[in-house]
Design a protein around this ligand. Structure first.
Ligand code: GLC
Length: 751
């Protein structure tokens, strides 16, 4: 393609010709300080007016998807005035090229736009929701899925995804727990890196790589009472040891952008919070990408009670180190005035503009603003068969077998199955929330279709039985009749896709509507037949009633475009389930927050006397969850033995090796996610009763054994206390298991 010499290229040629002597001066600086684009960015900035620099810090929505409150804006006018640096929620080659042409050919300098979109778990080929992907504990598969998402998104003009969401989530009331990697810092940090690597690839100048965005910085998942956008208050030890590490992990993986959180943190809203952005993100971590606000978040400093008005909010935001304004119009309206009134330092505008321009150079947009606008590639890439196959595998690997009494699963082709439930034939909810440009009208494979690959028509008897919501039980009797005729009953139930995700907190985490009543009615009608419950949901549910009524439970989250195939592959044993819970399932909401790595308290329940009085417990339910973090069954049996430590004592510069042998002693080949846990028994602040510090997904054929080893050094044991990260000598418990539900038997000394 012949590259059109844009106006800016001509300008740059002129500027570069005159600036060669300044380059000579620069070259005297340490080469390491000069990025390959710094000179070009300097040249472009030397041409820009204050208004044009501010323009780069402004982002508007194209409205193709609605991801926040409706805000009217005359985008095309602002683009042509050079007042816009990026657009979100518009995609396709044509859609992005039309707007890019306006920016490149109708503005004074022709600076290209960035196009951003929420490509969270797929673009058109939709993968399981992120909480489901986390349940696979398969970092390679997560990276592969986000690589595929980047391939599709970049083929439709997208340069930038607002992902990964790396907020630690421990409250199932919070709808956005569905978008993250669950409750654990180590697992969440490893998964965060996998997403960034998948989206950004190894070279951002390639046209199939896109910018990643670590969000929402920081503490969003700790919203009080699980209510979205609610207040967040926590000590610095909790912030440093739990909520910050996954974000720091994205920087280790090279993430190019960050997004602010909506919430306040200890009284200071994130979008105006110097401590987290200037002190931590830039000061301590040396992040040099750019920070974008969340949707209208600058203006929300006013209702937060942190800014007098939107102009004041604009100052607070840029002072805090926020570079780009998503949808507030605050920067466009007030920044020039604030600079002219000397209330905002011009250097801050330059810093923000420079970071944004640098990113556009890295993407190659100044060389060719239309490089992501290739109709041929758009036709070839979307829904590639290998992408759909990958989504099918991810759906299977993300499923978690929570219960499987009397070997109810796997199913076999000889059985007649009663397929009952509101999500059996569903093709809309199955792709979950934040499903980007995914299709909800028919592209997805339903569970019913998945069954059709394994059973002839006469072996499948279907009825919906009830809706997801509502009180209608008129479908119960037909469901009961089918159950009486069938060999086994498979019930596919759960939530609507929009019962989780943003602004979707629930005060009740049970199955909605009459679904549980339908399970009760079926159980009553066929007291001895095996019932398998298949769940599609965006959060841990209270399954305290259901798990007694049914023989098997398969948690599939929202499994994506190929979900029906993936689920059927698991149910019929084509894929032996290997998923493990990334988040705790409570016995009821009263236990929340509940997560595996809690503190011991001064009155822990004695293991040998759970009923002992005056202990930290409830009088109505045990302290233990219904299903713990790291739990997940297989159709086969994995036996752990021969736990060994290379030493019982290590120094601060030593490496300890812990190993265990795992044997597949069951009837199926399968994967096992082997987990390493430690417990720092005494610390200058109390430490969690368990901490995941390693995991490995292995495959064992029937009868096969393998020894798995983990290396531990002092740095793996560090924690933050009172302004410093520290590792303290002392005794540590250690174990390698297939779940977090165990008691330690081994320990070592660090001295
Ligand atoms: C939303 C979400 C954020 C998303 C952004 C753009 O409000 O909080 O996660 O990336 O707006 O859609």
């Amino acid at each position: 393609m012949i590259k059109t010499l844009t106006k800016l290229n001509i300008f740059l040629l002129i500027i570069t010709a005159f600036s060669c002597n300044s380059n000579a001066k620069k070259n005297q600086q340490k080469q390491s300080e000069i990025s390959p684009y710094d000179t070009k960015v300097d040249s472009v900035m030397s041409l820009m007016t204050l208004q044009e620099k501010i323009g780069q810090t402004v982002m508007y929505s194209g409205g193709w998807s609605v991801t926040g409150p409706t805000v009217s804006s005359n985008n095309k006018k602002y683009i042509k005035e050079g007042n816009v640096g990026a657009m979100l929620n518009v995609y396709s080659v044509k859609g992005t090229r039309d707007l890019q042409k306006m920016a490149v050919e109708e503005t004074r300098l022709g600076i290209p736009l960035l196009f951003g979109y929420d490509v969270i778990h797929g673009f058109k080929t939709i993968f399981p929701i992120n909480l489901g992907l986390a349940a696979s504990w398969d970092l390679q598969d997560i990276e592969k899925g986000s690589r595929i998402a980047a391939e599709e998104a970049s083929a439709e003009g997208i340069h930038w995804t607002f992902a990964p969401m790396v907020d630690i989530g421990r409250d199932p009331r919070w709808g956005r727990i569905s978008e993250g990697a669950g409750e654990d810092v180590f697992l969440g940090s490893e998964i965060a890196k996998a997403y960034v690597k998948g989206f950004q690839g190894d070279d951002l100048s390639k046209h199939n790589t896109i910018l990643a965005c670590a969000k929402h910085f920081v503490g969003y998942g700790a919203a009080q009472a699980g209510r979205d956008y609610h207040t967040v208050n926590m000590g610095e030890d909790e912030l440093r040891n739990v909520y910050l590490p996954p974000f720091e992990a994205t920087i280790e993986a090279g993430v190019e952008t960050f997004m602010t959180a909506f919430n306040e943190l200890n009284g200071v809203p994130a979008t105006g919070n110097k401590f987290i952005f200037r002190d931590i993100l830039r000061g301590e971590w040396g992040f040099n990408g750019f920070v974008v606000t969340d949707y209208t978040a600058i203006n929300e400093l006013v209702p937060h009670g942190f800014a007098k008005n939107e102009k004041h909010a604009t100052k607070l935001s840029i002072d805090a180190g926020i570079d780009m304004d998503m949808m507030s119009s605050a920067n466009r309206k007030y920044l020039e005035e604030l600079v002219n009134e000397k209330k905002v330092n011009m250097a801050l505008i330059d810093d923000a503009c420079r970071r944004i321009l640098l990113t556009k150079f890295k993407l190659g947009l100044f060389d060719d603003p239309y490089r992501y606008c290739d109709e041929q590639r758009e036709k070839e890439v979307i829904y590639k068969p290998e992408f759909l196959e990958a989504a099918r595998q991810s759906a299977a690997m993300s499923s978690v077998l929570l219960k499987n009494e009397v070997k109810s699963l796997p199913l076999n082709e000889k059985q007649t199955i009663a397929l009952i439930g509101p999500l059996v034939k569903d093709k809309e909810n199955i792709i979950g929330n934040w499903a980007a440009a995914g299709d909800r009208k028919g592209k997805a494979i339903s569970v019913y279709q998945g069954f059709q690959e394994f059973l002839e028509a006469s072996k499948i008897m279907y009825t919906k039985g009830c809706e997801i919501e509502g009180d209608d039980e008129s479908g119960f009797q037909k469901a009961i009749n089918l159950a009486k005729k069938a060999d086994k009953i498979v019930m596919v139930m759960g939530e609507d896709y929009d019962m989780s995700g943003e602004a979707a907190s629930r005060t009740n985490i049970k199955l909605p509507g009459r679904q549980t009543d339908l399970i009760k009615a079926i159980r009553k009608a066929v007291p001895t037949k095996q019932i398998v419950l298949v769940l599609m949901n965006g959060r841990p549910l209270d399954l305290s009633e259901e798990h007694i009524l049914v023989d098997a439970i398969l948690e599939t989250w929202f499994p994506g475009t190929m979900g029906g195939n993936g689920i059927a592959d698991v149910l019929f044993g084509k894929y032996n389930p290997s998923g493990k819970l990334p988040v705790t399932f409570p016995r009821n909401l009263g236990q929340v927050p509940i997560y595996y790595n809690m503190k011991n308290t001064g009155r822990p329940i004695p293991l040998d006397n759970p009923k002992e009085d005056y202990k930290s417990n409830y009088i109505d339910v045990p302290n233990t969850p219904l299903f713990p973090f790291g739990h997940g069954l297989s159709y086969t049996k994995f036996e752990y033995s021969n736990f060994e430590l290379s030493n019982n004592k290590i120094g601060f510069s030593d490496t300890l090796t812990a190993s265990v042998t795992i044997k597949n002693s069951g009837d199926y080949d399968g994967h096992e996610i082997v987990q390493l846990y430690v417990h720092d028994k005494v610390g200058s602040i109390t430490r969690p009763v368990k901490e995941l510090k390693g995991f490995e997904k292995i495959f064992l054929k029937q009868g096969e054994s393998k020894t798995v080893s983990f290396s531990i050094t002092a740095k793996d044991l560090k924690f933050y206390n009172n302004k410093v990260f520290t590792v303290e000598p002392g005794a540590f418990d250690i174990a390698i298991k297939g779940t977090s539900d165990f008691d330690f038997e081994h320990s070592f000394i660090l001295e």
